[in-house]
Design a protein around this ligand. Sequence first.
Ligand SMILES: Nc1ncnc2c1ncn2[C@@H]1O[C@H](COP(=O)(O)OP(=O)(O)O)[C@@H](O)[C@H]1O
Ligand SMILES: [Mg+2]
Length: 272
Amino acid sequence: MLLNNKIINGEIMTIISVANQKGGVGKTTITLNLAHALCEKGYDVLVIDLDSQFNLSFGILGMDLLDYADKNIGVLLSKNSVKKDEVMESTVKVNAKLDLIPSHLQLSAVEKILVNAYAREMKLKNIIDAVKYNYDYILIDNAPSLGLFLINSLVASDYILIPCEPSYFSIAGVQLMLDTVEEINESNLNPNLKVMGFIFNKYTKQSKIPQERLEQLQELYDNIPVMGIIPRAVAVERAEHDGKSIFEYDENNPASAAFKELAEKVIKNVRK
Ligand SMILES: Nc1ncnc2c1ncn2[C@@H]1O[C@H](COP(=O)(O)OP(=O)(O)O)[C@@H](O)[C@H]1O
Ligand SMILES: [Mg+2]
């Protein structure tokens, strides 16, 4: 039965974790800009900030984040069960097409409490299930860790996108994420979780190393596609600092085109 599902051009709503246990590879940047790119294509998007460092929430809300002490993902995750209304009340309308469930300072404490909770791996899935048919895409930004929140994110998701940057340790660290996905698949927590692909971020042609690292990644994992190559651009950082997407900040920047291309690939991938 697909009666309740939102269907646009034959595709059903899709939940994507943007995850890598390594910090600084671009998870937050990619979640934000991919979300905006999907909105520009006409889709309704929800982003969930599951990182206690709240970079995504702060990027979008600035100091207003302080107003969300009672309405954030941490509060929802601490409840035994959640109702649709409660989830909707914790959702901030960023623009006509984009909603955010923010993170909060208290989130790291919630993760510790959650360890002893009943069905602790299913908490985020239950929250998302309550509202998912309001959206076409739900993107989850994750913390740089392999903790219980990441498990929750992967249990709730249809796909994972793995950002990496052109460094040796970034490429080497990818295997840990793939092992985690395999564990989730095999444990039956979410047998349907799929790796959609890598996103190669901070690419430059100023030295040969990024190209070599990209080739290395593709050779090592020839069955996993590279969904996008995002150039290193100061504008990406500045946009984030100003709480804007790269499209609002500098539409003509090569990074804008790269994020649009990424969104198109994601949409195509989900449709097939
Ligand atoms: N393509 C890029 N070009 C330039 N700076 C980038 C790019 N992608 C990310 N950054 C910057 O790198 C830093 C880390 O990115 P971030 O998205 O916060 O990583 P993560 O969420 O994985 O920790 C941020 O300051 C961000 O603005
Ligand atoms: Mg981040």
